[in-house]
Design a protein around this ligand. Structure first.
Ligand code: PAF
Length: 274
């Protein structure tokens, strides 16, 4: 696996490559990321990953400074997964001057996670568009674990007519149901044992809707109460339409249940489609 940090070097290395599939990451890779790399391999000839902890998508009280950076271990995992090229720019490589031109997503950036992390999706869309311009992939893979992020990127790609196929990768879970996430590493032993409750609550909502419950607000409230009783501090539990993340007009449309909740100081997000 070739590892490059400068934009001109990367462009030169990719010049003769065919059908490039790109998987952007912020590093601290786990089995969820590796499954995205495998999916990328199935969709093209050249798999390019990136590792860059993007300051633009972190708020002032977010975990930018303590975000886990495990570069050497990540390189071993990517190499073992058959990734051809890793782009790992420094902040100066990617942002040699203050990034004043940005992608401002529409109203979707202010709901759900965007309500609690103002500016987050602007930072994500900006870095992803910049990475797309640098790598110029034919396709790119993003995990469904960040469901709203995937939708922002899909919409941006479509509306800006970028010639890139966006592929959604399924969430990988631990045996007890907890969605794999770099932030799980922040959990204490006790919190880690408690953490699968979030997924159980999402499943309870899915089962209730499948069994005919139509009052989604009641289900959201019940899940928040159950989490609160177990010591969680919940930002949202929301049943939404898969198509646009709007509140559903009826429960027969394809739905997704999304949640963000804090266990101690760790904010976990998860979702399941119905
Ligand atoms: O999902 C992530 O890891 C990040 O948001 C991304 C897409 C790499 C952009 O920084």
């Amino acid at each position: 696996m070739q590892i490059l940090s400068s934009i001109p070097d990367l462009r030169a290395a990719l010049k003769t490559r065919s059908r490039i599939v790109f998987v952007p990451t912020m590093g601290n890779l786990h089995a969820g990321h590796i499954s995205l790399m495998q999916q990328a391999r199935d969709h093209g000839d050249t798999v390019v990953a990136s590792i860059f902890v993007n300051r633009l998508q972190f708020g002032p009280n977010d975990d930018f400074d303590k975000y886990p950076r495990t570069f050497e271990g990540d390189c071993e995992k990517l190499s073992a997964a058959g990734v051809d090229l890793l782009f790992a720019p420094t902040e100066t490589d990617l942002y040699p001057e203050p990034q004043e031109y940005v992608v401002e997503p529409p109203a979707i950036q202010n709901i759900l996670d965007g309500e609690f992390r103002p500016g987050h999706f602007r930072g994500v869309a900006t870095v992803v568009l910049k990475l797309f311009n640098i790598v110029q992939p034919h396709a790119a893979v993003f995990g469904k674990k960040d469901y709203q992020q995937l939708m922002v990127i899909r919409n941006m790609t479509r509306q800006l007519a970028l010639p890139i196929e966006i592929i959604g990768g399924e969430t990988v879970r631990a045996e007890d149901g907890l969605a794999l996430s770099s932030r799980n590493g922040y959990l204490s032993e006790g919190e880690r044992a408690e953490a699968p409750r979030l997924y159980r609550q999402l499943n309870a909502i899915r089962s209730a809707i499948k069994n005919g419950e139509t009052d989604t607000a009641k289900l959201e409230k019940a899940a928040i109460s159950a989490l609160t009783a177990a010591g969680w501090k919940t930002d949202y539990v929301a049943v939404r339409q898969q198509s646009d993340l709007a509140v559903p007009k009826n429960v027969d449309a394809p739905l997704v249940v999304l949640a963000a909740s804090r266990l101690g100081s760790t904010r976990l997000i998860d979702n399941i489609e119905i």
